[in-house]
Ligand binder design. Sequence first.
Ligand SMILES: [Zn+2]
Length: 562
Amino acid sequence: MTLKTFFPAFLLAAVTLTWADAQGTLKTDGHKVVYNAVIYTVDPDQPRVTAMAWAADGRLLALGTDDELRAAFPSAPARDLEGRTVIPGLIDAHAHLYGLAQSLTQADLMGTAGKAEILEKLREQEAGLGPGDWLLGRGWDQNDWLEKQLPTRDDLDRAFPERPVWLRRIDGHAGWANSAALERVERDLSGDWQPDAGFIHRDADGIASGVLIDRAMELVQSKVPEPSRPVMARAVSEAIAVMTRHGLTGVHDAGVSRDTLALYLELIERDEFDTRAYVMVSGAGEHLEWLCARGPVHEPTGKLVARSVKLFEDGALGSRGAALLADYSDDPGNRGLLFQAAEPLREDIERVLRCGLQVAVHAIGDHGNRAVLDALEQALPRVPENPGRHRIEHAQVLDEQDLARFSQLGIIAAVQPTHATSDMYWAGARLGPGRLQYAYAWRSLLDSGARLALGSDFPVEKVNPMLGLHAAVTRQDADGWPEGGWQPQERITREEALRGFTLDAAWAGFMESDVGSLSPGKYADFVVLDRDVMTVPEREMTEVQVLETWLGGKPVFVKAPH
Ligand SMILES: [Zn+2]
């Protein structure tokens, strides 16, 4: 194995000098070495090494064998990793960091077994609130309770007579309010009127009982104040801590406002942002205009790049909002809906391209995907100066004819392996066997020459990227169902999955010269694992624990010993 080294220009003089002395050693301060590790670099030039060194600026200097590195840096502090496994810091190429932060400001009611437990969780949550703050929660499901009946405001009023309480059901299609929250609604909720596309539950006297369905939720939701900036700043830092605990050193935040971007930059300034974010701003409106005027943002610490715009072309498969070329198999006559016709979609995409930015378009159904590919095909030659790397987010259901177009047009498929293993229980009913063949078609996309950037879509799915690696490789849920994997012809290898969560995610975010592999010159962003995720039995992949997460040569998470 040859020692691969990289010395920044400013170090070269020092190298020449120190190599000239009797010791033959490099005495530049601040170097660190780790050795006796199983290091998967995701660098094709040098895929496996046992040791690596980095400089005080957090960038890797060299990778190789223990002997090579100890010889090259004899005076640098060295740490024995005792044979543990090291992989590059994982990058979630499609998630919602701000969304995760928002969810942390609310009580998590998922899996609660009844109202008593919910009240207990709400009291805990209330402890952190100021006097006028709303008490918010999400995730309740009366099907998990003994009585299985919809709750009422009375259930909340005894414990919270004055503070407004507003709790979203697990599916997001119902909300449960107490009287203090209902009192904020301007319109009189009693009587027998109902809003369009919504429903107000009422008691025998015609008084609103507290549960509001679908569009009726807006009556209360519109009164909930935005959390204050200090609350959100703390929540973003907490959300990043959740990421680092799971070995993530990077995230592509799929659709945020200009204000959120400003908050991230403020946190970086205060050194309270222990991750690297690739930010997509929302929509072709004001946020695009602002980013277009400002130009691509490459924050100098390498912690934030913003040069992408998120658009939507259809909805989701579960709610039959994904646009399909033929009817839903379980809903004849329904093909979902395209959000935009061909011409306005192409215009939006072209506007993004002319700003020199990347476009990332949400498309789930085969019709949605075709519409985006068509629009890109037309727009790309009109703006040849744009640097490219455009992406389709999700790319879940593809027509066979469209598969090869990703690679032909240079479009990245930003896919989420755990969506497949969450959807597999009902996706067959929606699509039928013919279309299932090209659903979540990762193997086919890779074989066609397309690049896969892997993610989770947290907080829709869990943050833990080990679940994504496992789902990509097995197409099974965490319990190992179904045997052999769902549509197993679309499984990918562990090496391909790791690359999708590292180097190709970095590439999709224009960050591959800084991160994505453990290579000389890139940041020392890496994760130490308790076992070898590349060789453990498949069923154990979900149990792999992160022991340490390092960002730019500094530890940002260290698991406490038991
Ligand atoms: Zn998303």
